[in-house]
Design a protein around this ligand. Structure first.
Ligand code: AMP
Length: 258
C-alpha cells in the first residue's frame, strides 16, 4: 500500500492505473469492522482500491466534536494495508481547504432534515469533501455505509444532479454481537453508557417511531430525533445522546433486519 498526502502525489500515482476499475472508500479513520466491510466490497469488485483518511472539519458544527474525534493514523494505515488497500490518501486540512477556499455543494432538500436539522452545514461539508475526493480520485465506484443512511441519500442525489460518472454502493450496517452499530464514536462511551446505548438498536427494532421514542426515553437516553425517512430503502432513523456522546443508527423498514 502506498500512502499519499498530497493531491498531486495521488493523481500521479493513479495516472498509470486508469485501465481497471478504481474504487474509493472515504473514511474519517478510527477504522473498525464497518469500514473493513466497505474495503472488502471495494477489494472484491475493483482493480485498484483507494481509501481516504481525512477528518473533514467542514462537516463538524461543534469544535469539541472535531477536536475530540479519535485519530489513530498508524492503526488505520495498518488495517487498510491488511484489507488490501492500494492507495491511502491522507491529506491535511490545508490540502483539502487551501486558503481562500470558497466553493460549496449543498444538496438543499435531502440535506435539510434529520441530521441536517441538528447539525447545520453537516451535509454541505460532506457533499463538498466527497465531490472534491471524487474529482481527485476519479473513481468508477464509491462505497458508503448504510449506517449513515441520509448521507447515502444526499450523495446519490448529488451524483444524479451533477451527472457524475460513478456508481455508489451502499453497504449494510455492521453491528457488534450485542446489536450496537459499530462507530468510531463508540470508543468514547463508558462501560455503563455502552450498556445503555444498546437501547438504541432495540428501540429501532420496533420499527415504529412512537414506540422507539418511548423505549429510548424509558432507558434514560436523550432523543434528538426518531423518524421514518422515505429513503431507498425507507428507514426508521434516530440520533440520540448517551452521556456526552452522540450516536446515530437506522433500521430499514423493508427486507431483513440489519
Ligand atoms: P466515517 O469514518 O465514520 O466517516 O465512516 C466512513 C464510512 O464507513 C461511511 O460511509 C460510513 O457510513 C461507513 N460506516 C461507518 N460505520 C459503519 C458500520 N457500522 N457499518 C457499515 N458502514 C459503516
Amino acid at each position: 500500500m502506498r500512502t499519499c498526502r498530497t493531491i498531486a502525489e495521488l493523481r500521479a500515482a493513479l495516472e498509470s492505473r486508469r485501465g481497471g476499475a478504481i474504487g474509493l472508500v472515504p473514511t474519517m479513520g478510527a477504522l473498525h469492522d464497518g469500514h473493513r466491510a466497505l474495503l472488502r466490497a471495494a477489494r472484491d469488485e475493483c482493480e485498484f482500491v483507494v481509501m481516504s483518511l481525512f477528518v473533514n472539519p467542514a462537516q463538524f458544527s461543534a469544535p469539541a466534536d472535531l477536536n475530540g474525534y479519535p485519530r489513530e493514523e498508524e492503526h488505520d494505515l495498518a488495517l487498510a494495508a491488511d484489507a488490501g488497500v492500494d492507495f491511502a490518501f491522507v491529506p491535511t486540512a490545508e490540502e483539502m481547504y487551501p486558503p481562500g477556499f470558497q466553493t460549496w455543494v449543498d444538496v438543499t432538500e435531502l440535506g435539510a432534515g434529520l441530521e441536517g436539522a441538528f447539525r447545520p452545514g453537516h451535509f454541505r461539508g460532506v457533499a463538498t469533501v466527497c465531490l472534491k475526493l471524487f474529482a481527485i480520485v476519479r473513481p468508477d465506484l464509491v462505497y458508503f455505509g448504510q449506517k449513515d443512511a441520509q448521507q447515502v441519500e444526499v450523495l446519490r442525489q448529488m451524483i444524479h444532479d451533477l451527472a457524475l460518472d460513478l456508481e455508489l454502493r451502499a453497504i449494510p450496517t455492521v453491528r457488534d454481537t450485542d446489536g450496537l452499530a459499530l462507530s468510531s464514536r463508540n470508543a468514547r462511551l463508558t462501560a455503563e453508557e455502552r450498556q445503555r446505548a444498546l437501547a438504541l438498536p432495540r428501540a429501532l427494532a420496533t420499527r415504529d417511531a412512537a414506540a422507539a421514542r418511548e423505549a429510548l426515553e424509558a432507558a434514560g437516553i436523550a432523543v434528538e430525533y426518531v423518524e421514518t425517512a422515505p429513503f431507498d430503502p425507507p428507514v426508521l432513523a434516530a440520533a440520540v445522546r448517551v452521556g456526552s456522546t452522540r450516536l446515530i443508527d437506522n433500521f430499514p423498514l423493508e427486507g431483513d433486519a440489519p
